[in-house]
Ligand binder design. Sequence first.
Ligand SMILES: Nc1ncnc2c1ncn2[C@@H]1O[C@H](COP(=O)(O)OP(=O)(O)OP(=O)(O)O)[C@@H](O)[C@H]1O
Length: 471
Amino acid sequence: MDKQPASSWSIHTRPEVIAKYEIFERVGSGAYADVYRARRISDGLTVALKEIFDYQSAFREIDALSILHGSPNVVAMHEYFWREDENAVIVLEFLRSDLSAVIRDAKRRKKNKGDGLSVGEIKRWMVQILNGVDACHRNLIVHRDLKPGNMLVGDDGVLKLADFGQARILMEPDVVATDENQLEEGSREPPEVIPDYVNSSQGEQEVLSKDEYFRQVEELKAKQVVRYDDTDKDSNAPDGDASCLATCTVSEMDDDFGRNSFAYDAADEEALDGGGEGLMTSCVGTRWFRPPELLYGSTMYGLEIDLWSLGCVFAELLSLEPLFPGVSDIDQISRVTNVLGNLNEEVWPGCVDLPDYKSISFAKVESPLGIEGCLPNHSGDVIALVKKLICYDPASRATAVELLNDKYFKEEPLPVPVSELYVPPAMSGPDEDDSPRKWDNYREMDSDSDFDGFGPVNVKPTSSGFTIEFP
Ligand SMILES: Nc1ncnc2c1ncn2[C@@H]1O[C@H](COP(=O)(O)OP(=O)(O)OP(=O)(O)O)[C@@H](O)[C@H]1O
């Protein structure tokens, strides 16, 4: 890669960073961060320097990556720099591509009458993703923004989950990874903590039954041992005391392209993400991968939200198209309804208690498309597997480890070796804010209005807000 000037100079003014790293071009930027390629001066290792502009995001990412240190399918954090009144800079292993580039490349090849992804390749990508998600969930870390763009891929075909800026730790794990007080003392090496998971056998993993898995999580949540971030402690408002639909729909319609992470400003964040009662905000994740419980404003959710996103990624690997490419939150719910049928007590007992359940009603979908309708030409076995993730009732979703142990991954055609996976270059080049990828996504979503394609809607004011009825 050619050296190119970076667009932001703040990272270049950090003596502790430039003493150890030679900084090259900016390779990416997201809602909260700029990422640069760099070279560690001591040994020439290529790394990624991620400068994070948001305190809470930085805190979450450092915390989660410290706990997950050593997990083979989670991006490794070498160290970080963080002094009071300065942006955090975290030093990550450098991975030049991601799963969205893999999917895009396969789609292009298929269009040109070539092969898309083979079953063996899909299986190997999924096994790696499931291993990464399992590592998170074993440590009770909910990622909250799983999508192909947050699954980085190295030249060797190894996939690593990245972007933990929205992650939450549901409880203090057995191994305490960080001492929050030290975060303000300036640059320091991250704690050398290897989670229990890494020490356990890497082959066959202990299989907890799903009921037991969620029972343990529910028990912990009931004890209200949710770990709060520093910023959460300062706020009186519970995390997510108001839902996305109730509070930020309008700005979200304007700003949030389906593939981009939801972002809200600091004031919203304090109100929505304040912690205090173990509640969490529903305004997380990226719309296309956001589960129904979040779209309906749930603030009492857990690891299951990642499992829905996982199902969306799995379906996208199979069809090379996003499963639910909603152009707004309402459109997102509508697309899910058209595939799964209406959300009601029959399919998810308790769904009527979702904060926005009564605010949005759809006409009865007489013949839902079903997951099979979205994945024509795929075997019943693989469709059954996707259905274990894409289902309304969060408690019914299969865990990552259950999927890993499914016969699908053990029967012919077997997952190909990692070294046989094709890794295309990432599309967005250095400093390309207007990269083709972003513009393609924008064009795919030619309308960003919640109401396009629905015809007339009935909006009625109610004591708690308004009700929208779709004929
Ligand atoms: N370890 C890495 N190696 C190489 N490139 C990386 C690495 N981490 C991030 N990037 C690049 O930088 C981009 C932004 O990084 P990241 O998604 O972590 O930031 P963010 O601000 O948290 O993003 P988002 O808006 O999705 O929340 C990524 O899409 C990727 O292109």
